[in-house]
Design a protein around this ligand. Structure first.
Ligand SMILES: C[S@@+](CC[C@H](N)C(=O)[O-])C[C@H]1O[C@@H](n2cnc3c(N)ncnc32)[C@H](O)[C@@H]1O
Length: 243
C-alpha cells in the first residue's frame, strides 16, 4: 500500500512505517490503495478508479440528516431511550452511527480495531471539531484497538454497548461507496460471541446488535426483544448479572 505523507504530517510516518513492518496493515488488494495525508486531510484513494474516500461529518448529506433527526423518524430514539447516556460503540467503522448518537446528546466512546479506518476516523473528528461551526462538545471519544480487550480492561460502566459487525456481502441493499471500502479494508471478527457475552455482563443497561434483516441473530441466545426497520434488525439484550 502506498502512503503519501506531506511535511505537516511527518509525525504519522513512523507510526505507519511500524504498522507496515509488522503487517498490521493487511487486507486483500492493499496494493490498489493509497493513503494520502494532505495538510489537515487524510484520504484513501483507489488507484484504479482514482476515487478518494474521506470521512466528512460536515458533508451536507450527512449534516442534513442530523438536522432532520427527530423522535418520529430516528430509530435510535426507540432503541436508546435513556437521555444523555453513555454508549460504547464496539465497532466504530466510519463513525456514522456514533456521530448520530452523539448528535442526540449521548456520550459515545468509539473503538476501532483497523488502523487505517482509525486514522481516517480520527482525522475526520479533528477536522469536524476544528473547522465546523458545530462540535461534538467532547461527546465523541475514539480509541484504536480491539473492543474485547477494551471491555475486559475498562472500569467504566456504559449504559449501552452498540455492535455493528460487517454484514454478509451477499446482501447488497445497504451498499454505499464508503461501506464498500470498509468491507475491503476490514476483516471478519472471529470473537463475536465472546464480545457480545462480555458486553451483556458489563453494561449497565443493554446491548444493541445491528444486523441485516435477512440475517440470523449473531448471538446464540434469544434476544430480549428485537426492533425492525425495512432493512435492519436490532437485537437487544438486557444486562445479565455475573453469577
Ligand atoms: C460495519 S463497520 C461499522 C460501521 C459503523 N457502525 C458506522 O456507522 O460507520 C464494522 C467495523 O467494526 C470494526 N471492528 C470489528 N470488530 C471489532 C472489534 N472487536 N473491536 C473494534 N473494532 C472492530 C471493523 O474494523 C469495522 O471497521
Amino acid at each position: 500500500m502506498k502512503i503519501d505523507i506531506d511535511i505537516t504530517n511527518k509525525h504519522y510516518s513512523n507510526y505507519i512505517k511500524y504498522l507496515m513492518d509488522n503487517d498490521s496493515i493487511d487486507f486483500p488488494s492493499k496494493d490498489v490503495y493509497e493513503l494520502n495525508f494532505i495538510k489537515d486531510k487524510v484520504g484513501l484513494k483507489n488507484k484504479n478508479n482514482k476515487s478518494n474516500i474521506f470521512i466528512d461529518f460536515s458533508d451536507k448529506r450527512f449534516s442534513n440528516r442530523v438536522k432532520k433527526i427527530n423522535k418520529k423518524n430516528e430509530i435510535f430514539y426507540k432503541i436508546f431511550k435513556k437521555n444523555n447516556s453513555t454508549i460504547l460503540d464496539c465497532t466504530a467503522g466510519f463513525g456514522k452511527d456514533s456521530f448520530i448518537l452523539s448528535s442526540m446528546g449521548h456520550c459515545v466512546t468509539m473503538i476501532e480495531k483497523n488502523p487505517i479506518v482509525s486514522i481516517l476516523l480520527n482525522n475526520a473528528l479533528k477536522r469536524f471539531n476544528n473547522t465546523s461551526k458545530f462540535s461534538d462538545d467532547g461527546r465523541l471519544l475514539l480509541f484504536h484497538g480491539d473492543s474485547l480487550d477494551y471491555l475486559y480492561n475498562t472500569d467504566q460502566v456504559f449504559d449501552y454497548a452498540y455492535i455493528d459487525f460487517m454484514f454478509d456481502s451477499s446482501k447488497k441493499t445497504l451498499s454505499s461507496k464508503n461501506l464498500e471500502t470498509l468491507k475491503i479494508l476490514t476483516e471478519d471478527y472471529n470473537k463475536k460471541k465472546e464480545l457480545i457475552n462480555l458486553a451483556i455482563h458489563k453494561v449497565r443497561n443493554r446491548v444493541v446488535i445491528k444486523n441485516h434483516i435477512k440475517n440470523d441473530p449473531i448471538y446464540n441466545q434469544k434476544s430480549d426483544y428485537t426492533i425492525y426497520t425495512k432493512l435492519l434488525r436490532y437485537d437487544i439484550y438486557l444486562r445479565k448479572n455475573v453469577r
